[in-house]
Design a protein around this ligand. Structure first.
Ligand code: PRP
Length: 206
């Protein structure tokens, strides 16, 4: 049996479709259920549905063999696993954003940055002496709007959330943030006969 850790949320549907196209029986994923462990009817696959930020730890630990998760989360979590494939979906950018008329805040000696990517933000702003990272879990754009932060460091996909809140990209830090297929290092050896053909099929589709 192969166990997947899949991100709940915006990637979920596309990830399921891609796996189905590669021959994985994903019918169970469309069930309307609160169950977090789902098993395919043929007993070959098991799926854990987790928050995106938790996919890497499930895969690194070996509790899941494979995972589908955004590159943004992989950068943030820095886990010890194999990133096997760029699935070329959910493309976005990691950016610093704020008010267009207040671009000069970036030169402020003291900068307050709201983000859910705390580790990555620390690295991005490492050369600054006074940086205040404000950890948030969602609705990041609210922070500059309410005065909680000067800027945000966040993913931008369509840009509509920024626009709707009067914000713009001030600096693009990472582009090409897409969903990736990640694999547990031990599983890749012990379940090679199952995992490698699956990866080959996914590659063909992509
Ligand atoms: C992400 C991100 C932005 C938005 C960007 O949030 O934090 O808020 O998507 O997408 P856009 O450029 O297409 O508008 P998400 O929707 O994942 O929800 P969250 O606020 O709960 O983190």
């Amino acid at each position: 049996m192969i166990t997947f850790a899949l991100s709940k949320g915006r990637l979920a549907e596309k990830a399921g479709q891609l796996l189905a196209a590669a021959g994985v029986d994903t019918a169970v994923l469309s069930e309307d259920t609160r169950k977090l462990v789902l098993e395919s009817a043929d007993g070959e696959y098991r799926f854990f549905l987790v928050k995106p930020a938790d996919v890497p730890i499930y895969v690194e630990s070996g509790v899941a063999d494979l995972g589908i998760v955004g590159k943004d989360t992989l950068i943030e979590e820095g886990r010890d696993l194999y990133e096997m494939l760029d699935l070329k979906m959910g493309e976005c950018r990691l950016c610093i954003a704020g008010y267009p008329e207040r671009r000069d805040v970036l030169t402020n000696p003291h900068l307050r940055v709201a983000t859910k990517y705390v580790n990555t933000a620390r690295r991005v702003f490492a050369d600054r002496e006074e940086i205040e990272i404000i950890p948030l879990h969602g609705s990041i754009e609210l922070a500059p709007v309410t005065g909680l932060a000067d800027v945000i460091f966040d993913v931008v996909q369509t840009g509509s959330t920024l626009k709707a809140n009067g914000l713009v990209v001030l600096e693009e830090v990472f582009s090409g943030i897409t969903a990736r297929l990640v694999v547990n290092k031990v599983s890749l050896k012990t379940k090679a006969a199952h995992i490698l053909p699956l990866i080959a099929r996914l590659k063909e589709i992509l």
